[in-house]
Design a protein around this ligand. Structure first.
Ligand code: ARG
Length: 587
């Protein structure tokens, strides 16, 4: 159990014994660490409810605390805050029990089946800087929810359906009419080798789109190709499958580097078979109605003060669209995956889309009552001008180039800081890769998910300040300290009562992990975990400066300090794993 829940239980008992709800016993880290370690703000609302004086209530609660053993001090401040400070023995005892087996106090919740929808790239297009946030925030949210015991599935939800693929098929048909995919008489036996590479597709994609705008004849052929593809014409399906496969192969390389791994590679196409029956049913049940030739679902209610347009279900030309696919995907996730919660880490600019789809899903019962549908939107990565990040010539920077750029800068930083200088070249390169990715990921994850941030490679790759490289350096230092201790046969032992402030502060910090993870999960906001990682390393550094572990003459204290190093490293490793950041052995 986490430290604050243990304390809240004790204080909650006291509230209860005085005739109040035990929930008033909730404990928080003190806002005035100079006065106390923890505080309880429950006396004010409790007193208000009972029509009593809050300071009297606070005093009564303090007097009623039956188990006073954890506390060195209990007091009242201001209008009725209860201040609490632990005895050093109690704190040490708590830290002594912290380990992997008890998840460092992180409470395990009743597992829920959760789908995290993140990444969301489109087939045939190269990943670019705009894909970095949904990928790494989504990956972290998935890991954070898993750390609380949930049963989480990460789904990339590929953009793999609709007009772009009709345009590509029409374009490829024009260029290579001899390919077997266009022979209508043929229904199987297509080559296993893709006729187009990912580079070909990336080149053709914008060309085909531009051509469809300018050339009505081509556009008509593209539209016909989409219809045939969606109806399952074997040659088109085979060609489309190739496009999907080569795209996935290219994406996987970049996502692997980013330490982003999907459980499902579903996409818009996955629910194609659901579209016709779903739209028919929604029409028959009266949820969908005709409007200007299209089928729409009204999603506004009487409570709305702002206008929310109806959700478009089927366009006037009979085609389904992004909204239809997302609605059918909810149905699929409920029925096939048993999803109780769906979290979408997708650009905040898509909020109206999700508002419409979610409302339609609840209204039509596609999302059963109690299902959580949550668009946790992400902001953008901006350039120094505050606008979405671009290359010098105004193009979109590919994600691969972005990663290469940061890794190259990280390699230089290692040199500048005289780190890893003597290591074999392959190891040096591997370290630079990790430092670069830590810089990129921490630079992103330290910001709240929904805010925009400026991509500042100099700041992100620095070994000083609140950066990924600083955290890695901290972890590496802990590791080498433990190796050195092992080399001198110094062993860790029981955690003893702290004597110095730096030691005590590190212990208090170590005890905070559970509430950090819970807060991050609740808000789908990994920045809380990112912030914690920094505070933990900073507290460790202060402890390390104040407590000379290898030179300590009292063996019990030395063993206890070493144990603190072990626990800090274990927690830091866990926290970095939640952020998807890999740590090098040494540097
Ligand atoms: N492919 C979409 C885009 O490029 C993002 C998909 C997000 N997920 C979803 N379920 N709609 O905008």
């Amino acid at each position: 159990m986490s430290l604050i829940t243990t304390l809240a239980d004790i204080v909650g008992d006291a509230f209860e014994s005085q005739g109040f709800e035990r929930a008033f016993g909730e404990i928080a880290v003190s806002a005035r660490p100079d006065l106390a370690q923890f505080q309880c703000n429950g006396a004010m609302p409790a007193a208000k409810q009972a029509g009593k004086n809050p300071r009297d209530v606070a005093q009564a609660v303090i007097d009623a605390i039956a188990d006073t053993s954890p506390f060195a001090e209990l007091g009242i401040a201001g209008p009725g805050f209860i201040n609490l400070t632990l005895t050093d023995e109690y704190l040490a005892g708590y830290i002594d029990e912290l380990d992997d087996a008890c998840h460092f106090g992180v409470p395990q919740q009743a597992p829920k089946r959760v789908v995290v929808d993140y990444g969301g790239p489109n087939v045939a297009k190269e990943l670019h800087v705009g894909h970095v946030r949904p990928a790494i925030i989504g990956e972290s949210v998935k890991r954070i929810l898993r750390a609380l015991g949930h049963d989480v599935i990460g789904d990339i939800h590929l953009g793999d359906w609709g007009m772009p693929y009709g345009q590509l098929i029409a374009e490829i048909a024009d260029r290579y009419p001899e390919l077997p995919y266009f022979d209508e008489a043929k229904v199987d036996g297509y080559p296993s080798e893709a006729p187009v590479s990912i580079e070909d597709l990336q080149e053709l994609y914008p060309l085909a789109a531009a051509r469809a705008k300018a050339d009505e004849d081509f556009a008509a052929r593209a539209r016909a190709a989409v219809v045939d593809l969606q109806e399952g014409r074997p040659g088109y399906r085979a060609l489309w499958q190739h496009m999907r496969d080569v795209s996935i192969e290219a994406m996987t390389k970049v996502y692997d580097r980013l330490n982003v791994h999907f459980d499902l590679w579903h996409g818009e196409s996955t629910v194609n078979h659901r579209l016709a029956p779903m739209t028919r049913r929604l029409f028959e049940d009266g949820f969908a109605y005709e409007s200007e030739g299209a089928l729409v679902i009204e999603v506004m209610t009487d409570e709305d003060t702002k206008e929310i347009p109806p959700m478009l279900l089927v366009k006037s030309d009979g085609a389904t669209l992004y909204t239809t696919w997302d609605l059918a995907t909810i149905e699929d996730r409920v029925e096939e995956l048993g999803a109780e919660e769906m979290i979408y880490i997708v650009d905040v600019r898509q909020s109206l889309h999700f508002e419409q789809v979610f409302r339609a899903a609840y209204k039509t019962g596609i999302a059963p009552e109690g299902t959580v549908l949550d668009h946790s939107g992400n902001g953008t990565v901006n350039g120094p001008d505050g606008k979405p990040f671009r290359t010098r010539d105004g193009g979109l920077l590919t994600l691969r180039d972005l990663v290469d750029m940061v890794v190259a800068r990280a390699a230089k930083r290692l040199e500048e800081n005289e780190l890893a200088t003597e290591f074999p070249p392959a190891e040096k390169a591997a370290i630079a890769e990790r430092v670069g990715l830590a810089a990129l990921k921490y630079g992103d994850l330290q910001n709240h998910r929904s805010s925009n941030y400026i991509f500042d490679i100099e700041r992100f790759t620095s070994f000083d300040g609140k950066t990924g490289p600083y955290l890695l350096y901290g972890a590496v230092r802990m590791n080498s300290l433990l190796r050195e201790a092992a080399g001198r046969s110094v062993e860790s032992g029981r955690v003893v009562a702290p004597e110095r402030e730096q030691e005590r502060n590190l212990m208090l910090q170590l005890a905070r992990l559970p509430e950090v993870i819970e807060r991050a999960a609740q808000h789908r906001a990994p920045n809380h975990v990112a912030e914690y990682a920094y505070e933990l390393v900073a507290d460790f550094s202060r402890f390390y400066e104040a407590c000379h572990i290898l030179r300590e003459s009292d063996p019990a204290r030395q063993a206890s300090w070493l144990r603190l190093v072990e626990t800090t490293l274990a927690e830091l490793s866990l926290v970095l794993e939640l952020l998807g950041i890999d740590v090098p052995e040494r540097m």
